[in-house]
Design a binder for this molecule. Structure first.
Ligand SMILES: Nc1ncnc2c1ncn2[C@@H]1O[C@H](COP(=O)(O)OP(=O)(O)OP(=O)(O)O)[C@@H](O)[C@H]1O
Ligand SMILES: [Mg+2]
Length: 433
């Protein structure tokens, strides 16, 4: 045995417990084992023929414990040995991650070689303590007119992007990544089909990964990988936030993350509730989302989470729960995208809760004017279209009609042209000149 192999073997030994247990039963998504004293959340390593797989202890009974493995359960046999990993659920991080695409355990998947790691951090952390949370009092510009102008976000804010499939989420996310001035950008792609990942990077990011880290768990990864992919991406964002940096965190999509927890919860025997989601899903969302924010004497994580909603399905438990945790929502509308209006943001259905605290008086007045005129136009849209509105019969509507083109032009933006906040501020003001 070479010296290097011996060193690795010794290193691995230290990481694992001296005691071991044994697999007693194997199912498609879970493994049962006995012979070890474990607690919920322990990371275990199962020794296979070729390599080891890791899993997490998710349920404990008197005589056995259940493990959810990070990869498939194929190839494992009853009697295989199970060790507790002393390292826990941790990933290596460092500046070497910048510009790279990694899996949920921060291993590179972009064929660009090893990643230099400076430290090891835990994937599961507690949210920022209430007393350490910084006030959201600074604009976080994303370079998109309708967002910066009418739904201004603040540093440390948590926003939701609610949309149906194929409406334009990925394109909008790409615009936000390119247009934002954040020092570090962390993108978690959770549950997408594998082929969508390179497509997203090429088409929506223009292959520009400067100061960007992409964490990927595709739909064919195990539910555990999809679940922890999101947490691991958040930990990477926290690592940079703790260095005082302003970080942009984007996750696509919360729905697929919730579906991963649904698979895990159901396979552990949790009862299904609304739309088949077990209760653990709802308690999981704040554990992830509340980790974003601004922290006193540190940096900030400004987060955008996409949530799939079909139609105006208000009964969707994930959309409902997300809305209650987030500080604002951007609603994308299929109707607008069908009309070729991009980005298809339904301004009247969207809002940013912190906006009024971070923009100046003139900006605030312009937003109120915009919303008022635009909603008047929407209310009378049909009348105007069929030509039954007579000019002169309503002064306010006449004024709105005179601004219609300018309002619509303000809402539309080419997906490759980003503007800075000042330009957007001026453009909004010019509508009413
Ligand atoms: N800003 C835009 N400018 C021009 N076309 C756009 C824009 N946004 C979306 N589109 C069009 O809509 C299509 C779908 O957009 P996108 O892939 O962003 O949607 P999605 O919501 O991410 O879809 P999925 O649910 O499949 O992930 C794009 O291929 C593009 O043709
Ligand atoms: Mg998409």
């Amino acid at each position: 045995m070479s010296l290097e192999k011996l060193r690795l073997k010794l290193e691995r030994k230290i990481e694992l417990s001296p005691h071991f247990g044994e697999i007693t039963q194997i199912y498609a998504n879970t493994i049962k084992a006995n012979g070890l004293k474990t607690s919920i959340g322990d990371i275990v390593s199962i020794k296979g023929i070729d390599n080891d797989i890791s899993g997490i202890v998710s349920a404990i009974e008197r005589d056995y414990f259940s493990i959810i493995p990070f990869t498939s359960t194929q190839g494992y046999k009853v009697g295989d040995k199970v060790f507790i990993s002393q390292k826990g659920l941790k990933i290596g991080v460092g500046n070497g991650l910048l510009g790279r695409i990694v899996d949920p355990l921060a291993n590179p998947i972009d064929n660009l070689g090893e990643i230099q790691k400076d430290s090891t951090i835990s994937i599961l952390n507690t949210p920022i303590k209430a007393m350490n949370r910084g006030l959201i009092d600074e604009v976080f510009s994303v370079g998109v007119k309708s967002v910066d102008g009418l739904l201004t976000c603040g540093k440390g804010q948590k926003m939701g992007i609610f949309a149906g499939s194929g409406v334009g989420k990925s394109t909008l996310i790409g615009m936000i990544v390119r247009g934002s001035s954040a020092e570090i950008k962390v993108i978690a792609l959770i549950g997408e089909r594998g082929r969508e990942v390179p497509e997203f990077i090429a088409k929506n990011l223009g292959n520009d990964l400067k100061n960007t880290i992409i964490v990927v768990a595709t739909s064919d990864d195990s539910p555990l990988m999809r679940k922890y992919g999101a947490f691991s991406a958040m930990s990477i964002a926290e690592y940079f936030k703790n260095q005082g940096k302003d970080v942009l965190f984007i996750m696509d999509s919360v729905t697929r993350f919730a579906m991963a927890q649904r698979e895990i919860g159901l396979s552990l025997g949790e009862p299904p509730t609304s739309k088949g989601y077990p209760p653990s899903v709802l308690s999981l969302l704040p554990k992830l989302m509340e980790r974003a924010g601004k922290e006193e004497n540190k940096g900030s994580i400004t987060a955008f989470f996409t949530i799939l909603v079909e139609g105006d399905d208000l009964s969707d438990p994930i959309a409902d729960q997300s809305r209650s945790i987030l500080d604002g929502h951007i609603v994308l509308s299929r109707e607008l995208s069908e009309f070729g209006i991009y980005p298809p943001i339904n301004i009247l259905a969207s809002s940013s809760r912190v906006m009024n605290d971070i923009i100046d008086k003139k900006h605030r007045e312009n937003v109120i004017k915009f919303r008022k005129i635009y909603s008047l136009l929407k209310e009378n849209e049909v009348l105007i279209r069929i030509g039954s509105y007579q000019k002169g019969s309503d002064k306010e509507l006449d004024y709105a009609l005179s601004k219609k083109e300018k309002l619509e032009a303000f809402l539309q933006q080419d997906s490759t042209t980003m503007l800075d906040f000042k330009e957007i501020y001026t453009k909004l003001d010019e509508i009413f000149k």
